[in-house]
Design a protein around this ligand. Structure first.
Ligand SMILES: C[S@@+](CC[C@H](N)C(=O)[O-])C[C@H]1O[C@@H](n2cnc3c(N)ncnc32)[C@H](O)[C@@H]1O
Length: 193
């Protein structure tokens, strides 16, 4: 069962459909979301695709996702660096807000290459490190919370910048474009196999 979307969710969904449709027909695409977390992204766009699968490295997230989507999507426990699916399966790989967490990026890219079909699309979406309106960039949110302490925040932003740079420079997939999305809140990099 899909969760009812907020106004922002609906807007993000429309924008995302338009972007993806530049390259692929969603209704004909088998999709894997790497690092699906609690299924937020899947709940916004999962139903537009032919099939929607997701992996995450935490069991709690897997249980939440399976409860939320009650079997509509194929969610599994797994690592970006060791994707628990066979070769040449997916038309689209999505990495929403996850690539900067991945430790072994070369290995993750090798795995992406293995599971994706020829001419498959890889979409890496990172929080925009230059956008000032993130909830975790708002100074009011930093008060009394170690997660938003300035040093940790600047380390996180550095990590995101390094991750984006890695994606731009990797040589396994061809970079098609990199654009701000969702009201400049995120940046999407589109790569083709
Ligand atoms: C910020 S959440 C993003 C969740 C979701 N993609 C979204 O946008 O709503 C990042 C998720 O990636 C997962 N993750 C981090 N490193 C991972 C890895 N190497 N392999 C698989 N999942 C990973 C974390 O457990 C977390 O659930």
């Amino acid at each position: 069962m899909m969760v009812p979307l907020t106004r922002e969710g609906r807007k993000a969904r429309e924008e995302f459909i338009a972007l993806i449709s530049k390259y692929k027909k969603p209704q004909e695409s088998d999709v894997l979301e790497v690092g699906m977390g609690r299924g937020y992204f899947g709940s916004i766009v999962g139903d537009i695709f032919k099939t929607y699968s997701g992996i995450d490295n935490t069991i709690d997230n897997l249980e939440i996702c399976n409860r939320k989507h009650s079997g509509a999507f194929d969610y599994r426990l797994g690592l970006a660096e060791a994707i628990p699916f066979g070769d040449n399966i997916f038309d689209i790989l999505l990495y929403p807000r996850v690539f900067h967490y991945i430790e072994l990026k070369d290995q993750a890219i090798r795995e992406a290459k293995r599971v994706i079909k020829p001419q498959g699309l890889v979409v890496v979406i990172e929080p925009n490190p230059d956008y000032k309106g993130h909830i975790w960039v708002d100074p009011r949110m930093q008060e009394g919370s170690p997660s938003f302490e300035p040093k940790r925040l600047s380390d996180k932003l550095d990590k995101i910048r390094a991750s984006m740079d890695y994606v731009r420079k990797q040589r396994v997939f061809k970079v098609l474009e990199e654009i701000p999305i969702f009201d400049n809140n995120m940046v999407a990099s589109f790569l083709i196999n």
